[in-house]
Structures are given as C-alpha cells and as structure tokens.
Ligand binder design. Structure first.
Ligand code: MGD
Ligand code: MGD
Ligand code: SF4
Ligand code: MO
Length: 694
C-alpha cells in the first residue's frame, strides 16, 4: 500500500464528450489524479451505466503522451519537430500572427475553429466571444447535426420530443439509424427495460448488423441512404390498412389527404427495390408499428449523414403523426432535446457584440484553406487559425484537400489540444489543454433532459490551461473587450443558470444535476406542434428551414415536396460499384481514444466489412489488404468478411488517424464536403467507391 496516498474520494461530474448520452459520472479522486469512473446510479437516465471507454478514463487523463507544455514548430510543417516554449512566448506569438493576418487582409483572415471535443458550454463556446469581439470570420458549425436537426424541425418545428426515459414504457422500440451499443449506451438501458418489464420488442433499422442490431428482435437491414423510402412505404401501409388516426391527423397535420395520395405509389414493393429489404419485411415492420400505439422511435444521426439525410429524418418523424402515437406515453419520435434548455449565451459567446463577419463552413475547411473563392464567400484568404476541441486533419471530409490546406506555408495555425493529434502535428504553435476534471463547466444532455455540473476536481497536468484561460489571455493581448472575458468559468455557469431560472452554481453543486424534463403535454405536442397553426408539417417548407443559418446549402430547390426517396445520394456506378458507410467505432469517439491502448487493442486495425459474396467476386480473402477508391481519394484497409450487409454495401468503422492506415491516408480521404440540403453538413456515410486488391 502506498503510504503517501491520500484517501480516495468520490466526486460528481459529467461526461464532456460529444455523445448524446451526456452521462452523469462518479469519479474516484486519489492523490490528485482521477481513478475509476462510474455512472451515477441516482441519475435516472445514466442509471449507473457508462460506456467502457469512459469507465477507463484514467488511462486517457493520466496518459504519458498528454501535452503538458506549449510547443513551437522547429522544422518543416508536419515533420513533427517541436521545442517547448513558455506560455507568454506562445501567446505573444499567436497574438502577433493574428495582428499580422489582420493587417494584411483584414480581420476575416483569422478563423477561430472549434468543435465539440468538450461539450462544456463555457469551454466549447467561449471561442466565439473572441471571434465576435475581433470581427474574425465566424464559424458555421455543420459537420454533425445539421441534416438531422433541420430534418426533424421541418415537421415538428422544434427540436424536442417525448421524455427519452419513456422508451422504457413503450411496447415497440424502434432504434432508427443509430448504433447506441457503441455510440450512446444508455439508450439500450431504457430499451431493454421495456423489453424486460413489458415484453416490448426492439427493432433496429441500420445498414449493417451493428452491435445494436445484434440485440434486436427485428432487424431492418437496408441500403444506405434509403430510409426515406422505407418510411414512406411504412406510412403507405399505415394508411392502406386503416392504422392512420384520422382524428389526430385532422387536428394536428397540415395536409393528410394530400400526403395519402402522394403515398399511394410508395408501396412496399417500390421501397423494396430501393432499400434492398424484402417487401414482406417492410409489411411486417409497418404492421407492427400500426398495431402498437406505444411505438417509440429513437432516431439517431447515422442515417442522416447522406445527401438526402434531412429528407429521411423528416420522413421518419412523420410516422407517429400518421398513427397518432405522439399522444401516448411511450409513443412518438425522439431525436434530441436541444430545444428545451434555452440558455442565455450572451456572456459566453459575446452575442451582444455586433458582427457582420462572414460565416465559414466547418465542413468545407479543405476548400476554405485551399482558397476556393466560393467557400471563402468571396472574402480574403484564411491566413491564421486557433483550433480548439477538434481534429480536422482526421475527421473532416475531403481529407486530401484538408491536408493540402494545412500544409500551406503562409498559413499560421495554433492548436490547443490534450494530445499531439494529426491537426496539432500541423500547427506552428501547440498549446496544452486541461481535461474536464481539471476545469469547471456546465453540460446539457442532447439525448436526455439533464443539466449537469462538471466541477474542477484535480489540478491541471503540467502546464495545461483551459480553453477559457487561453481565450482570455489572447483577448488581453489583442485588445478584445467584453464583460465575459472578466468572468471566471463559475461566473459564467452561474450567469447561465440564473438567466434560465435554474438557481445558482452553488445550488447545482449541491444537487449535482437538474432534471428539466418539460411536462407531458408539452413534450408530446398535445397543444400542437411548434407552428402558428399548431400543425405538424407533412409537407415541409424546405426553403424556409427553421434551422440556425439563413444561408442555403445544397440543392434546396430540388428537395421533394413530400417525404420521399430523394435520389441525390451517390448511387453506385460501374466505375464505383460499392456504397461505403464510415460508421463510428465502439472504442473510439470520433478521433478521441485513438491514443489509448485500451481502445486500440479492441479496435485492432482499420478494417473494411465486406460481404463474403462480394469478396469472392473480387477474389479478396479475409484479412487481405484492400484499396478503396472514391472520386476524392484512396485508402487502404484490411478486409473483414462479414455477412451482415446487403451486397454492394461496405462499412469501415471509424475514425482511425490517417497514419494508422497503410499508405498514411485515412477514411475521410474518401468522403465529400459538398453540403447537404437544406442546412449544410457532410454526407459522411454516402460514398460510392471501388474496391481492389493492393
Ligand atoms: N463509440 C463511439 N461513440 C460515439 C461516437 C463515436 O465516434 N464512437 N461519436 C459521437 C458523435 S459525435 C455522435 S454525433 C453520435 C452519433 O451517434 P448515432 O446517432 O448513433 O449516429 P452514428 O453513430 O453516426 O451512426 C450510427 C449508425 O447509423 C448507421 N447508418 C449509416 N448510414 C445509414 C443509413 O443510411 N440508414 C440507416 N438506417 N442507418 C445508417 C451506421 O451503420 C451506424 O450503425 O455518437 C457519439 N458517440
Ligand atoms: N468518416 C467520418 N468522419 C466523421 C464522422 C463519421 O461518422 N465518419 N463523424 C463526424 C462527427 S458526427 C463529428 S461530431 C466530428 C467530430 O470530430 P472532432 O470534433 O474532431 O472530435 P474528436 O475527434 O473527438 O476531437 C475532439 C478533440 O478535442 C480535444 N479536446 C477535448 N476536450 C478539450 C478541451 O477541453 N480543450 C481543448 N483545447 N481540446 C479538447 C480532444 O483531445 C480531441 O482531440 O467528426 C466527424 N467526422
Ligand atoms: S456513453 Fe457517451 S456520455 Fe456516457 S460515458 Fe460514454 S461517451 Fe460519455
Ligand atoms: Mo457528432
């Protein structure tokens, strides 16, 4: 026994990762370091369960490869040579380069870039305060949620739905286009509760036999990008067989007659040809939904990462409007609760600072850094960046272009990171960042309804500083003025809680988390959907999407008037006969955890799941190295023969670093950055490819 160790204590926190579960955590703290991490049992959504990768978080937090000192690049870009420097020197250099960029091209030449590596509202979003105060180019966030959210809001008018815990009270749980066993484990807790306590059946709609589909009673295995067709055929059957709730439709839908007429030709046979799912299975699935008023659809993000993703999400969200299952406890569709929080972000993001600076699209970072005039919105080049909480040189689509952009000698990049990611390795200045247990922050559930405090539990490792500290220090040097820069993270948390009428930071510290679930009538749209007439939009107005940006993305004018199979996906061709999906790997979280041994031993190596009959036709054997090519690039992976796919569909569980692949090119060399209509985003699972032997 180590005598000097202070006794372990257990502290409460929130998982900071970009995961809809937002688990409430209990963390052991021993001798100034974190130890075991468990799920809070008394949090009714987390219910004591967390994923394996966060349960072994000590491995990541106490990792010997963590960045602990600011670094300056020594040799050529990307050659990996860095020398430690002091914080003042590093911050002075960044400020100098930002001023220099501004002097040459104006403030829009600086582009602060961030994403959701931490979901803490203070640490994630504070960078926007600096952006606004300096008039830098704004950041249009698009890579993850835009197709899904714009699609969901097209019908309901609001990004919220039934209490996600109600899944346990449903009789039919439909897990649609998400793989919760890997990506949000707590959905399974509630789904399995429904099965155990009520004998509910669980259906999974996916494009491969995912770990979640392994647990399903009903497997709905379709081709990628065909969910709109499946949903339409389901609704065709619901109308045809008398499962439509006509009274509900009369009160709560815009044009049920028009929609029924539109669906007349969207038969199960029609959908079978598109989805690859036999018509009899579509019939059976639809009948089950029709006969089960308490059908709870849990719609994920995966199926929206296609060029028709928003249309697909809207189509799925129409199903309970046809059956009226929104009315029932344990019925309806749930996707995200983001609209229930209503935070006042004025202090964190400096929203009271007027700015007319251009908004550059996150997903098009490759085009932007390589000077595409359209992606630059006609403005100056981007010549200086600060990057926090994201790793675009792994995760961004069109990776070949991204890498060319980052290689530009005239581009200054500062990366604030916990590890030497592939993005950090392209930086001129690297700054070491704290982890969630080393700073205070506030978290909200996307897939649940909790507000959770994540307090500072241990001292930062080495010289690590938080995002908030870095933004404040740069603001000082750059003369950026806003009250938010004078506030501590706890002040910010307190401000947001008070402004939302949710008490104070001290009270939240005591309570640990707050359940802010809206009442049943609100959550189930009993008083109507979020439109002036209260009617769900079966026929959406895509041109006036209720989403964050007034700008239009993708071919909005071509979007179908009604839910449909919108044939804008990258259909296979003779040249590119396969459809590739880059679904999340269970032991990674995007590109996070690719540094921990515990995840690497489980994921082993970058693989391509390939149907045995397709493999035989290509003379590819299990374990063979194959080369996968799209119009955008080439990647090498090892084939794994797997029969849980429709023929012609391949899956590469992601996101491995580029450098983990033979040949040094990662999966996003294949994906495209062309925006998904109507609100932008990347069609990461919508790729036509060809496969060959190396
Ligand atoms: N382990 C792990 N957990 C994660 C992540 C991770 O990378 N790894 N990422 C986190 C992030 S950032 C997010 S946004 C969430 C996302 O979590 P989810 O909502 O689960 O969405 P995805 O993980 O993108 O996709 C999940 C499933 O969608 C399927 N899919 C792909 N295309 C189609 C399609 O066209 N139709 C249908 N029906 N299914 C399709 C994939 O095969 C996969 O099984 O997960 C978070 N949690
Ligand atoms: N092919 C393919 N590509 C994808 C996806 C896919 O399914 N397939 N998924 C997409 C999706 S949904 C998303 S959301 C994106 C996500 O992609 P990213 O935003 O890049 O997510 P992560 O890879 O987790 O990177 C987060 C980084 O933030 C760092 N970080 C964490 N906390 C902090 C902090 O407090 N401060 C600082 N300074 N840094 C911190 C971590 O060390 C990590 O390197 O990837 C997208 N790319
Ligand atoms: S399931 Fe998601 S929120 Fe929960 S611990 Fe794992 S990564 Fe974090
Ligand atoms: Mo995401």
């Amino acid at each position: 026994m180590n005598q000097h160790l202070s006794p372990a204590r257990t502290a409460s926190s929130a998982c900071p990762h970009d995961c809809p579960s937002t688990c409430a955590l209990e963390i052991e703290v021993v001798d100034g370091r974190i130890g075991r991490v468990r799920g809070a049992r008394d949090n009714s959504f987390t219910a004591g369960i967390i994923c394996a990768k966060v349960a072994r978080y000590a491995e990541r937090a106490n990792h010997p490869d963590r960045l602990t000192r600011p670094l300056r690049r020594m040799g050529a870009k990307g050659n990996g040579a860095y020398a430690p420097i002091g914080w003042d020197e590093a911050l002075d250099e960044i400020a100098h380069q930002f001023r220099e960029a501004e002097r040459r091209f104006g403030p829009e030449a600086v582009w602060p870039y961030y994403y959701a590596g931490t979901m803490g509202l203070v640490m994630r979003d504070g960078i926007n305060r600096l952006t606004r105060a300096k008039g830098y180019s704004r950041f249009f966030s698009s890579i993850c949620v835009n197709p899904a959210w714009s699609g969901f809001m097209a019908g309901t008018g609001k990004l919220a739905g039934p209490d996600p815990r109600e899944m346990a009270k449903s009789d039919f749980v439909v897990i649609w286009g998400t793989n919760p066993v890997s990506t949000q484990i707590n959905v399974m807790t509630h789904a399995i509760r429904a099965r155990k306590e009520r004998g509910a059946k669980i259906a999974v709609v996916d494009v491969y036999r995912s770990p979640t589909m392994e647990q399903a009673d009903i497997s709905v295995l379709i081709r990628p990008g065909t969910d709109g067709a499946l949903a339409c055929a389901v609704m065709h059957v619901l109308f045809r067989d008398g499962f439509a709730d006509r009274d509900y439709l009369a009160e709560f839908a815009d044009d049920a007659e028009g929609f029924e007429a539109h669906l007349a030709e969207r038969t199960p046979e029609w959908a079978a040809a598109i989805t690859g799912l036999p018509a009899a299975e579509i019939e059976a699935f639809a009948q089950f939904i029709g006969r089960t008023p308490k059908t709870f659809i849990r719609a994920g993000y995966g199926f929206t990462r296609s060029r028709n993703g928003a249309v697909a999400m809207h189509a799925v969200s129409c199903i309970p409007t046809i059956t009226g299952s929104w009315k029932h406890e344990g019925g309806g569709v749930f996707h995200s609760n983001s609209a229930i929080y209503g935070w006042n972000k004025t202090m964190v993001e400096g929203l009271d600072i007027p700015t007319r600076a251009r908004e550059l699209d996150q997903s098009r970072i490759g085009d932007i850094l390589t000077g595409d005039p359209e992606a630059l919105l006609g403005g100056p080049p981007v010549s200086a960046m600060l990057i926090q909480n994201t790793n675009p040189v792994s995760v961004a689509p069109d990776q070949e272009t991204v890498r060319r952009g980052f290689a530009r000698e005239d581009l200054f990049v500062a990366v604030h990171e916990q590890f030497m990611t592939e993005t950090a390795a392209m930086a001129d200045i690297v700054l070491p960042a704290t982890m969630f247990t080393e700073h205070d922050d506030l978290y909200q559930g996307g897939g649940n309804q909790y507000v959770i405090l994540g307090p500072k539990l241990v001292e930062p490792m080495g010289e690590c500083r938080s995002n908030h500290e870095v933004i404040g220090a740069l603001a000082d040097r750059l003369g950026a003025v806003h009250e938010g820069f004078q506030m501590s993270p706890r002040d910010h948390i307190d401000f947001m809680l008070r402004a939302a009428g949710r008490g104070t930071v001290e009270a939240l510290e005591e309570a640990r988390f707050l359940d802010i679930q809206p009442d049943f009538a609100t959550a189930h749209y009993e008083k109507g959907f979020n439109w002036p007439d209260g009617k769900f939009r079966l026929k959406p107005d895509w041109a006036r999407s209720r989403f964050s940006s007034p700008a239009k993305f993708g071919p909005v004018e071509d979007m179908p008037a009604w839910p449909d199979h919108w044939a804008v996906i990258e259909e296979a061709t003779a040249e590119y006969p396969f459809r590739l999906v880059t679904a999340p790997a269970r032991s990674f979280l995007n590109s996070t955890f690719t540094e921990t041994e515990g995840s690497l031993v489980r994921e082993k190596r970058p693989e391509l799941l390939l149907h045995p009959e397709d493999a035989a036709a290509l003379e590819i054997g299990d374990g063979d190295l194959v080369v996968v090519t799209s119009a955008r690039g080439q990647v090498q992976l090892h084939a794994r023969l797997f029969d849980g796919l429709r023929r012609g569909v391949v899956v590469a569980e992601s996101i491995w670093p580029n450098r983990a692949h033979e040949g040094g090119r990662g999966i996003n060399s294949l994906t495209g950055a062309d925006p998904v209509a109507p609100a932008g985003g990347a069609a990461l699972h919508d790729n036509r490819v060809r496969i060959g032997r190396v």
